[in-house]
Design a protein around this ligand. Structure first.
Ligand SMILES: Nc1ncnc2c1ncn2[C@@H]1O[C@H](COP(=O)(O)OP(=O)(O)OP(=O)(O)O)[C@@H](O)[C@H]1O
Ligand SMILES: [Mg+2]
Length: 211
């Protein structure tokens, strides 16, 4: 039974912690699952991701940035996500197309219709069955990440991160059946229990739909 689950939210909101926890939980339950992330997840995608995150001062334009994320996405969908879904796996992806709408659309100000259209092409029309938004004020996530080496997105100002957060909340409100919004200020354990409760329901609903 295949299911495509994506995790979204601003910097440091806990996506990586929670995608890993869900992957471990599914595996423990004997449910075949794979875990991947964006940008990256393939050999070429990781090269693109390095540019996207670390090319400080390269003057990457918002449109170039959009196309780079979608280039990474196209490769990941073709090479990994679609084949995994075809093999009946639960695919967990740490960020997906909604990140691009939130960051390059709402954050950078690119035309939302254009972003959606390029996203759809790159994703071969694939949409997540469930998207989990870990919602928190930008300041909290940025503080959690600390003052270590900062990528291009971490370095953007609070106004940018606040637009991204508002963008995510709009996306979730537009499609409430697909999104689960979680207050990310709760403990890791509390959040992972909420996620597991929802994923169990989705697995059940999905298996009923496909018989
Ligand atoms: N619910 C939580 N409460 C407190 N700290 C947390 C919580 N979830 C994650 N953290 C901590 O916050 C930091 C960032 O978490 P994580 O790397 O999972 O975030 P992320 O959303 O993947 O960040 P990024 O946007 O950089 O990929 C880590 O140090 C992690 O241990
Ligand atoms: Mg992460």
């Amino acid at each position: 039974m295949s299911l495509f689950i994506t995790f979204e939210g601003g910097e440091g909101c806990g996506k990586t912690v929670q995608t890993r926890a869900l992957y471990r939980r599914l595996t423990r339950e004997g449910i075949p699952a794979v875990l991947t992330h964006e940008p990256g997840g393939t050999v070429i995608g990781e090269k693109i991701a390095r540019w996207l995150k670390w090319a400080h001062g390269a003057g990457i334009s918002p449109l170039t940035e959009l196309l780079m994320f979608d280039a990474s996405r196209a490769q990941l969908v073709e090479e990994f996500i679609q084949p995994s879904l075809k093999h009946g796996k639960v695919v967990i992806c740490d960020r997906f197309a909604d990140s691009t709408i939130a960051y390059q659309g709402y954050g950078r100000g690119l035309d939302l219709q254009m972003v959606r259209s390029i996203n759809d092409t790159a994703a071969h029309g694939l949409k997540p069955d469930l998207t989990i938004l870990l919602d928190s004020p930008a300041e909290i996530g940025l503080a959690r990440k600390g003052k270590g080496k900062q990528d291009r997105f971490h370095q953007a100002d609070i106004a940018f991160h606040t637009k991204v957060r508002q963008g995510y909340l709009k996306l979730a409100a537009e499609e409430p059946a697909r999104w689960l919004v979680i207050d990310a200020s709760q403990s890791k354990k509390e959040i992972s229990e909420i996620i597991w409760g929802k994923v169990r329901l989705s697995l059940r609903a999905h298996s009923l739909r496909s018989v």
